[in-house]
Design a protein around this ligand. Structure first.
Ligand code: NAD
Ligand code: DAU
Length: 344
């Protein structure tokens, strides 16, 4: 397929945390591109993340499941000429604790759904496809070292195992069929619109209401935190310039133990550390992640633009100001939005 400029991005999972931030970023950075957002609206999909895009000429939302080829075909029809379409695949079951409760939805969406999407995109002749994966596919690190793109896959949770399986299917589509896909593997994101089952929005919401902050095990597990906008700029760089068949690690060089992060949030909110409550550890809990992002920096010129010192207070302020958003998410009221807005 000759590389024509991209004019439309088909995003899967665009109503979730990273996906909705990606849609907002595209509207800002690539205002002449169209966006087709295919999302099943599971509990994690929230159209209230995207209200400011509704009514924009170039934005189309389609409720649909990536496991159903008819839904994927409809989205590809809406996206138009495959030569000018880039696909960004974010739809997934994404929460480790839920995968410990039950792995099947993870295998179903993350593995089966990815294969359905790959087959449909390949049949259409889509020439640019970014599979958004995670550093968790590499497993857990000791005190030293960081994950490179050559680190063997060693996932420890049903979530990360299903993501690793999807990565291998994307690799196979490239190796077997020459399907032009890249894979990104990013560390923990933080920022607006994250579902409050994840650590950071959970502790902000709980601390604000003087509720206990559940910290798994000793709280010394280390994560590398990256602002969601930096992740999304990296994905855009891969979409526009990544080499087919390549994996790109993305990270913030910003490692810290969970307890440290929680203390920073408490300080910012002027709340007491006595809210910290140690609870039973997560089974199979990965001890430490750290990313070597030198490849994407050298090849595509990507750099994180936000320091943690800038973006953490910004993120906390966002959650504090969005009381209605948080209240509607926590009460489940956000799930009515689709029916009200789209009449379905
Ligand atoms: P999220 O859970 O907030 O959003 C997932 C979205 O996918 C939701 O809108 C949901 O409705 C949709 N979805 C789920 N199953 C679907 C299906 N069968 N068909 C269509 N849509 C479906 O997830 P997130 O945190 O925004 O993560 C997005 C992607 O980035 C995931 O693939 C995840 O593995 C990856 N990732 C996340 C992080 C992170 O820190 N959150 C870091 C690295 C990579
Ligand atoms: O590394 C990238 C991954 O980051 C993504 O692939 C996942 O989709 C995303 O959910 C995230 O996974 P984590 O398991 O690291 O994120 P979570 O917010 O669930 O937990 C962050 C850390 O905080 C982890 O060590 C577990 C701990 N934790 C989490 C919760 C929800 C607690 O101590 N208490 C909690 O209540």
């Amino acid at each position: 397929m000759t590389a024509q400029p991209i004019s439309t991005v088909l995003i899967t999972g665009g109503a979730g945390f990273i996906g909705s931030n990606f849609c907002h970023m595209l509207a800002e950075l690539r205002p002449d591109w169209s966006i087709v957002n295919l999302d099943a609206l599971t509990y994690a999909g929230n159209l209230e993340n995207l209200t400011s895009l509704e009514g924009l000429g170039g934005y189309t939302f389609l409720q649909g499941d990536i496991r159903e080829s008819s839904a994927v075909e409809k989205a590809l029809d809406a996206a138009g000429d495959p030569a000018t379409v880039g696909v960004v695949h974010m739809a997934a079951e994404s929460h480790v604790d839920r995968s410990i409760e039950g792995g099947l939805p993870f295998v179903s969406t993350n593995v089966l759904g990815t294969q359905v999407l790959l087959d449909a995109c390949r049949a259409r002749g889509i020439g640019r496809f970014v599979h958004v994966s995670t550093d968790e596919v590499y497993g857990s690190l000791g005190a030293q070292g960081s994950f490179t793109e050559q680190t063997p896959l060693a996932p420890n949770s049903p979530y990360s195992a299903s993501k690793a399986a999807s990565d291998l299917l994307v690799r196979a589509a490239f190796q077997t069929h020459g399907f032009s896909a890249c894979i990104t593997r990013c560390s923990n994101n933080y920022g607006p619109y994250q579902f409050p089952e994840k650590l950071l929005p959970l502790i902000i919401a709980n601390a604000r209401e003087d509720k206990d902050l559940p910290i798994y095990g000793d709280g010394l597990q280390v994560r590398d935190w990256l602002f969601v906008r930096d992740h999304n700029e990296a994905i855009l760089a891969v979409l526009e310039g990544g080499r087919p068949g390549e994996v790109y690690n993305i990270g913030g060089n910003n490692e810290m133990p969970n307890l440290h992060l929680v203390r920073l949030v408490l300080k910012e909110l002027a709340k007491p550390e006595s809210l910290i409550t140690f609870v039973k550890d997560r089974p199979g809990h990965d001890r430490r992640y750290a990313i070597d992002a030198s490849k994407i920096k050298a090849e595509l010129g990507w750099q994180p633009r936000f320091t943690f010192e800038q973006a953490l207070p910004l993120t906390i302020r966002w959650y504090l100001s969005q009381t209605q958003w948080m209240q509607r998410v926590r009460s489940g009221a956000y799930r009515d939005y689709y029916a009200r807005q789209y009449g379905a």
